[in-house]
Design a protein around this ligand. Structure first.
Ligand code: SF4
Ligand code: ZN
Ligand code: ZN
Length: 328
């Protein structure tokens, strides 16, 4: 198999683009694909500051590396990596080390938030004391902390490493469950609301196997171990398998599906029940009632709604790190 561009040994086939690519041309292909996604959906604006949520897994590490490459190439935006240490024994330390090492070596400004240090309890402790599944508490914590950093740093967007497979799967699941509220949020860039910074998904059209291959070929470090709380047999996995089977039969199914989803998002929004968005009376960040989910869960478990306190700590961290972020 030879690369369709240079004739060197091909390392992969991209059926939907009818291409065989060598290592260098695959890396170039993926970076260009993300660059086109950013332009197509208007994900960044000139000189914007992007907070990048980095767990240390393959998707977020690939996202960070690609954004770093684009930042160096175009000088159109700046990035701040944020890692949240959830305190999961035998797992979180490894993730934290990989992210710190990579950011140091790549000279990317990084903010590490340690959940136990911030609220006095790790994710397993919070979830146990709240009698709620770890993944649901994890979602609340991550959303709150990333948003708080973005607000306090004056960032323009929060980039997350969701890939095309993830988004297709969430979309199909939301449709099956007739959950139009979740479906309407599966856009490349969410709308700005008071107390929340828009989220962007630069890997919107990048397939999961492509993020893994990119990290491996480019020697971007990532943790292969799965979180111990990853559900073993879930509807999510079954749906991903179904979508991959369809993609094998009809290459580009995922991209066509996601582009249609983004195009029809206004119609989907109109089908979703109206939920008034307000701001939390404790911390001032976005909430769907009087108090946000983070303040609610910390009040229930720790006896005090900790949103404001945590936000103040983050404000101090941000002051320190902002001076390190180069101005374009
Ligand atoms: Fe969080 Fe669940 Fe993912 Fe683990 S599997 S990182 S607890 S969402
Ligand atoms: Zn080539
Ligand atoms: Zn709050």
């Amino acid at each position: 198999m030879k690369c369709s561009i240079c004739g060197d040994k091909a390392v992969t086939r991209i059926p939907y683009a009818k291409l065989l690519l060598c290592k260098n041309h695959f890396i170039e292909f993926l970076i260009k694909k993300v660059e086109r996604t950013i332009k197509r959906y208007g994900l960044t604006s000139r000189n914007s500051l992007i907070v990048v949520g980095v767990s240390g897994g393959k998707d977020s590490m690939t996202l960070l590396d690609v954004l770093k490459e684009l930042m160096l190439k175009n000088r159109e935006f700046r990035i701040l990596a944020v890692h949240i240490d959830l305190g999961i024994p035998g797992y979180s330390n490894e993730l934290r080390e990989v992210v710190i090492k990579y950011c140091n070596e790549s000279d990317i400004p990084l903010l590490v938030l340690d959940l136990k240090e911030l609220v006095g309890a790790s994710l397993p402790e919070l979830s146990k004391r709240a009698s709620r599944p770890p993944c649901s508490v994890c979602g609340i914590v991550k959303r709150f902390l990333l948003n708080a950093v973005a607000i306090e740093c004056g960032a323009d967007a929060i980039a997350t490493g969701h890939n095309a497979d993830d988004i297709c799967m969430y979309a199909l699941k939301s449709f099956l469950l007739q959950d139009y509220i979740s479906l309407s949020k599966l856009v490349p860039r969410t709308k700005p609301v008071k107390g929340a910074v828009p989220r962007i998904r630069p890997l919107y059209e990048v397939y999961e196997r492509e993020t893994t291959l990119y990290a491996m070929l480019k020697n971007v470090p990532f943790v292969r171990m799965q979180c111990p709380y990853t559900p073993k047999k879930s509807l999510d996995n079954q749906l991903k398998e179904l979508i991959n089977n369809l993609e094998d039969l009809y290459p580009s199914t995922k991209i066509a599906f996601l582009r249609n989803l983004a195009k029809n998002i206004n119609t989907i929004e109109n089908s979703a029940p109206f939920i008034p968005i307000s701001t939390c009376s404790v911390c001032g960040l976005v909430a769907s009632g009087n108090i946000c989910a983070f303040c609610r869960i910390t009040k229930r478990v720790l006896g005090i709604a900790m949103g404001e306190q945590v936000r103040n700590r983050i404000r101090d961290y941000c002051r320190g790190i902002l001076s390190r972020i180069s101005k374009n």
